[in-house]
Design a protein around this ligand. Structure first.
Ligand code: NDP
Length: 275
């Protein structure tokens, strides 16, 4: 039976996110860093951005760039959380930073669950005999996303005038088995289902599983270099050589358009190539 997903056709399309609190995990590089810049440009004065990753130096560099941008000059509050989301404390630290922002009169709450890792893609499923390895992968890639989402929704409950958005940065790997990517495919499939359940339970929330397409980032480099399945490795290398890999800006623009138009089906899985 299909979940009771709902569509919020909101009428007029917004040009920006208004006064918002936006939390982005994995903001130090790649897609998350790009999204931070793109979203910052669409926030009204008094908004806040919470950026999470392990590399504090890269987050602070981004914070400096954003502070010097038009968004920064308009009084955007930017907080960096240097933390490893595989650890329980990381969610607590992120929540502390989010609560410290002046959030009382925000119109939107946006959480982008973007941080993820590929895991060891050099090996095949039959080699994953040690359950601690799998548990540790899932602790970061699945558990922390649920825990952060639940904590943030609890701290910023529904109220009139507040629109709450949760994005799960998903992948084709959530739907398609890819040889030698057992951890990644499992994690992405679990995350998609987690957010589908959330959407079914909380009809007021706007939940989107967005698969950004192949992106020219460190994760893509790891996939095309280390994949144990040689057919996967060479097809990724070919698509990179042939210029079929997207820039983060291209994919980020599409995600933000989906959020601004706000008529996606909550809990649905949308791929860059489908919209
Ligand atoms: P990158 O590897 O380039 O960036 C990953 C980000 O996650 C970094 O900011 C990294 O920061 C952060 N991160 C990694 N581990 C942790 C951790 N333990 N705690 C906190 N933060 C962490 O990946 P992409 O930008 O390519 O990927 C972004 C999203 O897009 C991911 O969800 C990915 O699965 C998805 N995706 C990517 C595709 C691609 O082709 N690149 C295709 C489809 C989906 P730091 O190291 O500083 O902690």
């Amino acid at each position: 039976m299909e979940s009771n997903v709902i569509s919020h056709a909101s009428g007029a399309v917004s040009n920006d996110f208004g006064r918002a609190l936006c939390v982005i995990t994995g903001a130090s590089k790649g897609f998350g860093r790009c999204l931070a810049k793109q979203i910052a440009a669409l926030l009204s004065p008094g908004s806040a951005l919470v950026l999470v990753a392990r590399s504090g130096d890269k987050l602070r560099e981004l914070q400096t760039d954003l502070a010097a941008s038009d968004a920064g000059k308009k009084g955007l509050v930017i907080r960096c959380v240097t933390a490893d989301l595989a650890q329980k404390e990381a969610v607590e630290e992120t929540m502390k930073a989010a609560k410290q922002t002046n959030h009382l009169d925000i119109d939107r709450l946006i959480l982008i669950n973007n941080a993820a890792s590929l895991g060891d893609v050099s090996r095949f499923a039959v080699s994953f005999t040690d359950p601690t390895e799998t548990s540790s992968y899932l602790a970061f890639n699945v558990s922390s996303a649920l825990s952060l989402t639940a904590s943030l929704m609890d701290a910023f409950p529904k109220r009139p005038g507040l629109r709450r958005y949760v994005v799960n940065v998903s992948s084709l790997a959530a739907l398609k088995p890819i040889p030698s990517w057992v951890l990644y495919c499992t994690g992405k499939a679990a995350r998609d289902m987690m957010f589908r359940v959330l959407a079914a339970e909380e009809p007021e929330l706007r939940v989107l599983n967005y698969a950004p397409g192949p992106l020219d980032t460190d994760m893509h480099l790891q996939a095309r270099t280390d994949s144990g399945d040689l057919a996967v490795q060479s097809s990724m290398r070919d698509s990179h050589t042939q210029g079929q890999v997207l820039t983060c800006e291209e994919s980020g623009t599409k995600l933000l358009k989906l959020l601004l138009e706000d008529n996606f089906t909550s809990g649905g899985h949308l791929d860059f190539y489908d919209v």
